[in-house]
Design a protein around this ligand. Structure first.
Ligand SMILES: *[C@@H]1O[C@H](CO)[C@@H](O)[C@H](O)[C@H]1NC(C)=O
Ligand SMILES: *[C@@H]1O[C@H](CO)[C@@H](O)[C@H](O)[C@H]1NC(C)=O
Ligand SMILES: *[C@@H]1O[C@H](CO)[C@@H](O)[C@H](O)[C@H]1NC(C)=O
Ligand SMILES: *[C@@H]1O[C@H](CO)[C@@H](O)[C@H](O)[C@H]1NC(C)=O
Ligand SMILES: *[C@@H]1O[C@H](CO)[C@@H](O)[C@H](O)[C@H]1NC(C)=O
Ligand SMILES: *[C@@H]1O[C@H](CO)[C@@H](O)[C@H](O)[C@H]1NC(C)=O
Length: 519
């Protein structure tokens, strides 16, 4: 055997193929004596094959395993062994084929095929070619038929949970692969599904159809795929879908400014993917600029405002929905309390001499204002002892008839149940004469429909005050018709008089001291 030393292995392989081409072609299906083997997907199988030496004298040989592939039944070598040369594995068989080790150095022609695939199914032939023998002395190979069995595995299953409304129609689809082809069985709860007028099993058992779902159709549907190698099952739960229902609505709350408030809004629904939206006085909270940095909506739907501000009082509404039915909503009121506060301090206020006048205290309070204290020139004012001064409900000071003594420097301090946030700044109160009319309208103007009327009015400021503006208005509050009314200074002209222009007109002269009305 000199050529073993000189032939590089890859040329040896070429030589082997040449030898094999000369072998007689056999028809596999004729082989009554073929060995039938069944293997399970993923496992391994051994094809047993003997080496029968001519005259029982060991001689060099080549072991070749072939597989019949394709429509044409071509034989493709999947494993070639020759002594110490590297073995050859066919495409797709790399690492999956090996000779079974035996004690005898010459008897090992059996093939171990591992990690079996479905495509491995088919005909295999074991060929032992003795070198130094003419081809016609060759024995036919041994034939094997491999069946690959696979336990069932699902390729399509229904959703785990199927939400339905009564009256719906649904199709549950369950498909499985495996060898032999698995059969599909359907169970409802623990019992086989009984086909009826509204329940049917179609397409080789892969489809369970329910038309017009009724209460008694609700339950767990299990499809079982089984063959001789095993079985798998999958259960789908059919549930009546339900729109979101609020289980914990928000409740009215009263908080002190600066505290934290939380409104709950918990809901139950099937499916449970509830979205919760919050609105303040009808506007989504996310769009209320004043709340922006202080508001959060928690995972459980609760609205949290931290800290609350005085202006957060109002209605808060939550709306829940899971996409089924109409959204539900619930609302509650937030009442933010704080000590009474002065919102604005005018540095100068005027009182009209000899008329009634008001010194304003601009206040915000929740709970409502209880009382206001006033100081005049740093001394507490005791209005109850002064007959012409009244503290009004809104805290402002009413002087029923103003005189010079009322002039001074005032402050106001508001109180409610929460106390006070302090006094106003000092307000200079000046007593001035109100504007006086220099030209007054006539007491009566008489005109015909279609004519026009001019009414005269002029006013003058008193010393140390601003020039009054002179305007006209109807005493019954009806607006003047702009397109027919012309005003020049304090005079107005009304053109093309109509019947409805009849009425009492007032001329008003106003400046910072007072509003003076001419009837
Ligand atoms: C076949 O090969 C596999 C993997 O190498 C091994 O686990 C198994 O024991 C072998 N079977 C036989 C019969 O040699
Ligand atoms: C080989 O197979 C052919 C075809 O099936 C058959 O005619 C022949 O007898 C077989 N030879 C041996 C030695 O079994
Ligand atoms: C919540 O407050 C609102 C407005 O103040 C009121 O109309 C409603 O009755 C209150 N609800 C409860 C349960 O007290
Ligand atoms: C909740 O899930 C259902 C079904 O998956 C879907 O139809 C619905 O639109 C979802 N609702 C919301 C609010 O995301
Ligand atoms: C207080 O009430 C009087 C009378 O209604 C009103 O004229 C005055 O403008 C009010 N003052 C404030 C600050 O609201
Ligand atoms: C208003 O009418 C009076 C009387 O006719 C007249 O003296 C005065 O100049 C008019 N005023 C203006 C601003 O036209």
């Amino acid at each position: 055997m000199g050529w073993r030393a000189v032939q590089p292995p890859h040329i040896a392989a070429g030589l082997l193929l040449l030898l094999l081409v000369n072998l007689p072609v056999t028809c596999h299906q004729d082989h009554q004596d073929a060995v039938h083997i069944t293997a399970i997907l993923g496992e391994s199988v051994v094809f047993n094959c003997q080496v029968d030496f001519p005259e029982d004298i060991p001689v060099p040989y080549v072991l070749q395993w072939e597989k019949k592939v394709g429509e044409t039944g071509q034989d493709i070598p999947i494993y070639i062994w020759y002594e110490s040369y590297p073995t050859h594995s066919g495409e797709g068989y790399e690492g999956r084929v090996s000779r079974v080790a035996t004690d005898s150095p010459y008897g090992a022609a059996s093939l171990n095929l591992t990690n079996i695939r479905e495509s491995d199914q088919g005909w295999y032939e074991c060929k032992v070619v003795f070198l130094n023998r003419s081809p016609n002395q060759h024995k036919n190979g041994t034939w094997f038929h491999l069946d690959v069995h696979a336990p069932p595995r699902f390729s399509i299953t229904p959703e785990d949970i199927i939400y339905v409304n009564l009256g719906d129609a649904i199709i549950l689809n369950c498909q499985a692969e495996g060898t032999p082809t698995p059969e599909i069985l359907w169970y409802k709860d623990a019992n086989p599904v009984e086909p009826s007028g509204t329940v049917g099993i179609f397409n080789d058992g892969t489809e369970l159809r329910i038309s017009n779902i009724r209460h008694e159709d609700i339950g767990d549907y299990t499809c079982i795929a089984r063959n001789g190698e095993g079985q798998v099952s999958h259960t789908a739960r059919v549930i009546i879908a339900g729109g979101a229902v609020i289980t914990m609505p928000p409740t009215n709350q009263t908080k002190l400014e600066g505290e934290k408030v939380q409104f709950s809004c918990e809901a139950k629904a099937l499916p449970g993917n509830v979205t919760v939206k919050w609105f303040r006085e009808g506007a989504p909270v996310a769009e209320v600029a004043a709340l922006e940095t202080r508001v959060t909506i928690r995972r459980d739907g609760a609205l949290v405002i931290n800290p609350v501000a005085a202006d957060d009082s109002g209605q808060y509404l939550c709306e829940v929905s899971n996409g089924i039915g109409d959204p539900q909503s619930a609302s509650a009121y937030l009442n933010v309390e704080y000590p009474a506060k002065v919102t604005f301090t005018p540095t100068v206020q005027y009182l009209p001499f000899r008329l009634a006048g008001v010194v304003q205290c601009y206040i915000k309070a929740n709970p409502p204002l209880q009382y206001v204290t006033w100081t005049k020139d740093k001394r507490l004012l005791e209005p109850y002892q002064t007959k012409d001064i009244v503290i009004m409900n809104n805290g402002s000071l009413l002087f029923t008839r103003v005189n010079q003594n009322h002039q001074g420097r005032y402050t106001c301090t508001p109180y409610n149940a929460q106390g006070t946030q302090g006094s106003s700044g000092p307000m200079e109160v000046l007593v001035r004469k109100p504007p006086v009319f220099t030209v007054e309208p006539e007491p009566l103007y008489q005109r015909k429909v279609g004519e026009s009327v001019e009414m005269h009015c002029e006013a003058q400021e008193s010393e140390g005050t601003q020039r009054p503006s002179v305007t006209w208005r109807r005493r019954d509050g009806l607006p003047l018709q702009k397109n027919r009314v012309r005003a020049v200074g304090g005079n107005i002209t009304i053109d093309t008089l109509r019947r409805q222009d009849f009425g009492i007109y007032q001329c008003v002269a106003s400046n910072e001291v007072s509003v003076n009305e001419m009837k």
